[in-house]
Design a protein around this ligand. Structure first.
Ligand code: KIV
Ligand code: ZN
Length: 512
């Protein structure tokens, strides 16, 4: 048994099977490179027989990513295994991942085969895969609803046929931690050759137990966990990679075991998966949700300002988040408000802080969260600043695979029309650069998502972007039938929030 849990990432295979999560080949490559930086042990890059696109992306990832194992999925048939081998064989460390269902429900209704037939097919498939590739994984699909004694016979047979890794998936997210632990213990004590293979788990989240089930499996001797970034995957998703990695790290006292994950790459990986798939992470999602390190309650804020350990079991920087956020709301106190203003560059006097505090409470009574921009508005009003606002009047963009993307934009500022053009890496980049030329702002896109608010080919697209202006970042939103138009308006929305901040800072600091 190794003293390390191997992390098998299936974001590109099971994760990509989530409705609406499909990615292009170049997007998959970009994510595979990020997974390499995250230092997962295995990337399951796809299911090569399922489509030409899947085959191509597995093949190119196998060629490019040299430091970790690249696996491809195959059913227990010669055709699937041959296609999978074709796709992964260029990898420095290739793996063929063969699966067949072992539960009576699947045997009767899906495979229409009896137990002996399935056992023979599993053995044959693994032996064939092993004749091609030195690293073979076998998965007993729906194993948590399979007869235990039969499952043990299958596991013994596939190890005998050469499987290096045997996976016991909870395909339908059905099992419970205590029950899963018993199943694993049973296999470990009833399969005579079990020590020759690494035991693996692959849990789905239908009952919200995927991570808990994966962790109990680790406590019971499993040394590979299959998971996805942000927990994306079929139906309710797969076990979330970041939750497993951080649970094992944070509770090392309990598990006494490590993964090889470079945890500082967790947040960048999560943000990339969100951007590529458009599947936005719920704000309260553990580890990577927007609120995972945000404290609003006054008592918590006070504690965190004095000593982070009071209310934080992990450091945000350990998962690649710059720092914990103090979220202003009706529960916030003066102490946290002063700190927040300091972060924004305003050193308020006691009297100014008192005024700001009273205003903050009024705003917080009306809306749940008070954002940085609300705090800036408070200062702006106190300093009587009337910032100019840019309005988008006209946009023209040229793009295509044979031309350099170019955009021209006409903005209005206090009744004056201002026009400029720029080229860029694509029409969105070009239009944002054209806005920069007019406004003199240099925002950096750190989040960008588009989703349709209506259906059909003429759907209205809503663009949401987070723009980093150095000390602060602002969110811009806009909707339009045209994505370039929506992007320009969303960016100008963020610029319009930055301007009063800059002016307030100048006036406030000039005053001191
Ligand atoms: O959920 C499942 O059982 C799978 C297997 C192919 C491992 O995805
Ligand atoms: Zn699965």
């Amino acid at each position: 048994m190794t003293d390390r849990v191997l992390v098998f990432d299936t974001t590109l295979r099971d994760g990509e099977q989530s409705p609406g999560a499909s990615m292009t080949i170049s997007e998959k490559m970009m994510l595979a490179e990020q997974l390499e930086r995250l230092r997962v042990d295995v990337i399951e890059a796809g299911f090569p027989i399922s489509s030409e696109g899947d085959f191509e992306s597995v093949r190119s990832i196998a060629e490019k990513i040299r430091t970790i194992t690249i696996a491809g999925l195959a059913r227990a048939s010669k055709g699937d295994i041959d296609r999978c081998w074709e796709a992964v064989k260029a990898a420095a460390k290739p793996r063929i991942h063969v699966f067949i269902a072992t539960s009576d429900i699947h045997l009767k209704y899906k495979l229409k085969k009896n137990r002996d037939e399935v056992l023979a097919e599993a053995r044959q498939a693994v032996a064939y895969a092993k004749s091609l590739c030195p690293d073979v994984e076998f998965s007993a699909e729906d194993s948590t609803r399979s007869d235990l004694a039969y499952l043990a016979r299958v596991v013994e047979a596939v190890i005998d046929a050469g499987a290096n890794v045997v996976n016991i998936p909870d395909t339908v997210g059905y099992t419970f931690p205590t029950e899963y632990a018993e199943r694993i213990q049973y296999l470990r004590s009833h399969v005579p050759n079990i020590g020759k293979a690494i035991l693996s788990v692959h849990c789905h989240n239908d009952l919200g137990l995927a991570v808990a089930n994966s962790l109990i499996a680790v406590q019971n001797g499993v040394r590979q966990v299959e998971c996805t970034v942000n927990g994306i995957g079929e139906r309710a998703g797969n076990a979330s990679l970041e939750e497993i990695a951080m649970a094992l790290r944070t509770r090392k006292d309990l598990f006494g075991i490590e993964t090889g994950i470079k945890t500082e790459e967790i947040y960048p990986s999560s943000a990339m998966v969100t951007n590529l798939t458009g599947m936005i992470v719920q704000p309260n999602k553990a580890i990577v949700g927007r609120n995972a390190f945000a404290h609003e309650a006054g008592i918590h804020q006070d504690g965190v300002i004095k000593e982070k350990l009071t209310y934080e079991i992990m450091r945000p920087e350990d998962v690649g988040i710059k720092e914990s956020k103090l979220v202003m709301g009706k529960h916030s106190g003066r102490h946290a408000l002063r700190k927040k203003y300091e972060e924004l560059g305003f050193n308020l006097s006691d009297a100014e802080l008192e005024k700001a505090y009273i205003l903050l409470k009024k705003v917080a009574d009306k809306k749940k969260d008070v954002f940085d921009e609300d705090l800036i508005v408070t200062v702006r009003d106190a300093l009587r600043i009337a910032p100019p606002v840019y309005k988008v009047k006209n946009i023209q963009s040229i793009a295509g695979n044979q031309v350099i993307a170019t955009a021209t934009i006409l903005l209005e500022k206090e009744g004056t029309l201002l026009q400029d053009s720029a080229t860029g890496d694509g029409p969105v980049d070009a239009v944002l650069k054209a806005v920069n030329r007019i406004t003199g702002m240099e925002g950096k896109l750190i989040e960008y998502t588009v989703h349709s608010v209506t259906h059909g080919a003429d759907a209205v697209g809503e663009v949401f972007m987070k723009v980093d202006f150095g000390k602060v970042s602002f969110i811009g939103r806009a909707a339009s039938l045209d994505i370039v138009d929506a992007s320009a308006r969303a960016y100008v929305d963020a610029v319009n929030k930055m301007i009063p901040y800059q002016m307030a800072l100048e006036v406030h600091n000039g005053k001191k």
